[in-house]
Design a protein around this ligand. Structure first.
Ligand SMILES: [Mg+2]
Length: 386
């Protein structure tokens, strides 16, 4: 028996939820079954909406069950394939199609990905943007909440105007050395440098840390040049956690195959959806690279990532926010049913599809608000990375 659901509508909702916009996408079918997806290109949602408009032209009327074939058509049936905008659009569509297929078959999405391999999905939490002495106090609180993997941010992370790398690395290294001394050797500690350093600055930062202080260093430098990361790899033995901006398996290729990184920060809403995420997961498994997915968006992203995390063997932790750190992204008026953290882990939903409910009428009433990441400068006035 073959089940066909014809796509009848594709509706993007780039809408302000909490302190930023979320890019949500609804796909409807002629059987009345619909699915939700999310795209992760934060700050450039209008560009993704434009890409969705192009894809909608040939997706209306297609069979929503043909997810793998549709992915190939969206990627390959054009001359200028790939890139972060198009892949963010493909991601949202692919996730929504998984939601539809799960609902149509009466199974949770993890069943479409090979079945559940773990009962809960362990998560890591962050100490917050303020990275001074109080970050260590915050880490103690997270430990008490049950988190055994904790991520710090560098001094200067919360600045809206100036970021001076050399000032940040010295002060941040002092805080981290203190954190490890206080928290003991069992807890996993990492830091996200938000790709703000050069190779030399990152090497200096690592050299200022006591041995064993960090279990992972996230995005010390930008990722356009794998050879730069390879160079840094020779200067420190701290595992790297990178890949949250990568928009295809091909972008992961040099990093995985050359042994550059040890934790894979894949983002299902940017890499090309669950279809592409499963391929990167398999490739990572072959190289003993663990998955540590990026998850800073809304509940649709979290739900999709929980299903993905449940279905892969090589998994470390899923990014989450500590429950009381309210940025409004999980506003229950918009998302009446969504993944809920229990202690330091997410239960895996057995509801057919993603297991998320979205208040479409409320989304339709809210509008998009332009948002720019801080445009950071160094003390000399030059532009530096956010
Ligand atoms: Mg990051």
């Amino acid at each position: 028996m073959s089940l066909k659901l014809k796509i009848t509508a594709i509706k993007p909702y780039p809408v302000r939820v909490g302190i930023r916009n979320q890019f949500l996408l609804k796909i409807e079918t002629d059987q009345g079954i619909f699915g939700w997806g999310e795209s992760g290109l934060t700050g450039r949602e209008k560009a993704v909406a434009g890409a969705i408009e192009h894809y909608r032209e040939f997706l209306i009327g297609q069979d929503a069950m043909q997810i793998g074939r549709i992915w190939q058509e969206m990627y390959r049936s054009q001359y200028f394939e790939g890139g972060r905008v198009l892949q963010a659009a493909i991601s949202a569509i692919d996730i929504a199609l998984h939601d539809i297929k799960g609902k149509a078959l009466g199974v949770p999405v993890y069943e479409l990905l090979g079945g559940k391999q773990r009962n809960v999905v362990p998560a890591f939490a962050s100490t917050g943007d303020s990275a001074g002495e109080d970050a260590v106090d915050r880490a103690h609180e997270l430990r008490e909440m049950g988190f055994d993997a904790i991520r710090f941010f560098p001094i200067g992370q919360d600045s809206r105007d100036i970021f001076e790398p050399r000032q940040s690395i010295a002060a941040t290294a002092r805080i981290l050395n203190k954190a490890r001394a206080e928290l003991g050797s069992e807890v996993v500690l990492g830091i996200d440098y938000h790709h703000r350093l050069s190779v030399a600055e990152a090497a200096s930062f690592c050299s200022k840390l006591d041995r064993g202080v960090l279990d992972f260093l996230e995005e010390p430098i930008r990722d356009e040049t794998p050879e730069a990361y390879e160079s840094l790899r020779t200067m420190t033995d701290i595992p790297f956690a990178i890949g949250e901006e990568f928009s295809s398996k091909w972008q992961f290729l040099p990093y995985i195959e050359r042994g550059i990184h040890q934790f894979n920060r894949l983002d299902v809403c940017n890499v090309g959806g669950l279809t592409e995420a499963m391929k990167v997961a398999g490739w990572s498994e072959a190289h003993y690279v663990d998955l540590m997915p990026h998850n800073p968006l809304g509940p649709v992203c979290t739900a999709a990532t929980v299903h993905f995390a449940a279905a892969v063997p090589n998994f470390a932790w899923l990014e989450t926010r500590a429950p009381e750190r309210a940025l409004g992204f999980d506003n229950s008026d918009f998302f009446p049913v969504q993944p809920q953290l229990e202690g330091a882990a997410y239960p895996v939903s057995d509801t057919p599809g993603l297991g998320v409910e979205v208040n479409e009428a409320l989304l339709a009433k809210h509008s998009f608000t332009f948002w720019e990441a801080p445009h950071l400068r160094r003390n000399d006035g030059s532009v530096t990375n956010w």
